[in-house]
Design a protein around this ligand. Structure first.
Ligand code: SIN
Length: 326
């Protein structure tokens, strides 16, 4: 058993605004993913032992499925490594919620079992901005990852707030305090889901319902053999009649169809009051981007044929959104 005083926090750098530079941009903006994680850590005032690893240095709008698989495997290996107290991942804020739900679903149970926290953080201002929020966010995340009280779990720490990473959403384009989560819920999965192979994630698209919706592109998508569709529905997950017909045919033939809301707040039930797309599954509180990751993982898990094989619907049903008693 390793003594906690000899243990380190591992900080995995993946890029984002936290590693961004204004000085690298000619257009008055900035470029994300320019500064190494070791340079960013030089700004952090801590007595804790820190190790770091640069996994990539990208603008998170360019995040790939292959990279998600790599991040997930790296975090699992590091959770098992006794030298680490906990793990921080610096990440662009634009797709942090997708990485958050991914990590929760593939290793949330493992982190709780080992009592080690996995903490995502980022920044809304680039590293060379005079008011850069990166150093304080990174310090907050490192302190949280080092804290063994309260067990493990996958968290997002930014702007002084700590939120469950699986339920968090970016709700503002520029505010430093850009994330919110539904505090009335916690997310539990009975078993961690397998990480898809880097080059073999199920192909899942998001289709948005809106006034004047047309089904042409949706039908083309189905024709091309998409593995699953997430509906970003209106209001409580409702869908335009012109899209509903194509979606009903798709689901009736066994297509995987998850229904979320473009509002991104509140919960989507399994049945719509108007009876449209009866074979779809409600995404609960997951917004379309997070529902897409959850559906990909559920389809991937359903392809692991074992004696206990489950359908994607049965796997998705194991993702429970429970009232938060804490
Ligand atoms: C990104 O997501 O990489 C850029 C935006 C940000 O980090 O806030």
């Amino acid at each position: 058993m390793t003594n906690s005083s000899s243990q380190s926090v591992l900080v995995i750098g993946t890029g984002g605004t936290i590693a961004g530079l204004k000085s690298q941009s000619d257009g008055g903006g900035y470029l994300a993913g320019q500064v190494s994680i070791s340079t960013l850590l030089a700004e952090v005032d801590t007595k804790l032992s820190i190790k770091n690893k640069q996994l990539c240095n990208i603008d998170s709008c360019d995040l790939t499925q292959g990279l998600l698989s790599k991040i997930g495997q790296e975090v699992i290996d590091s959770l098992h490594d006794p030298q680490f107290l906990g793990i921080v991942i610096t990440h662009g804020t634009d797709t942090m919620e997708e990485t958050g739900i991914f990590l929760e679903l593939v290793l949330g149970n493992l982190s709780r079992k080992l009592g080690k926290k996995v903490v995502l953080t980022g920044a809304m201002l680039p590293s060379d901005d005079p008011n850069a929020d990166g150093p304080s966010n990174l310090t907050q995340a490192i302190n949280l990852a080092a804290d063994r009280h309260g067990g493990g779990g996958v968290w997002l720490a930014m702007a002084g707030k700590v939120m469950p990473a699986g339920l968090v959403s970016k709700v503002h384009t520029s505010r430093l305090d850009a994330f919110e989560s539904d505090e009335s819920l916690c997310l539990k999965v009975s078993e961690d889901l397998p990480i898809p192979p880097e080059d073999a994630w199920p192909w899942v698209e998001i289709v948005m319902s809106h006034s004047g919706a047309r089904d042409d592109i949706l039908r083309q998508m189905i024709h091309l053999g998409v593995d699953g569709i997430v509906l970003a529905g209106t209001g409580g997950g409702t869908v335009h009649a012109d899209l509903a017909k194509a979606l009903e045919q798709y689901a009736a033939k066994g297509g995987a169809l998850l229904r979320s809301s473009r509002i991104g707040r509140g919960t989507i039930p399994n049945q719509l009051a108007n009876g449209r797309i009866p074979n779809s599954v409600g995404a609960g509180p997951l917004n379309p981007a997070k529902a897409r990751i959850a559906l990909q993982l559920a389809i991937n898990a359903s392809r692991h044929r074992t004696a206990k094989s489950l359908t994607w619907q049965e796997i998705f049903a194991r993702i429970a959104f429970l009232p938060n008693s804490g």
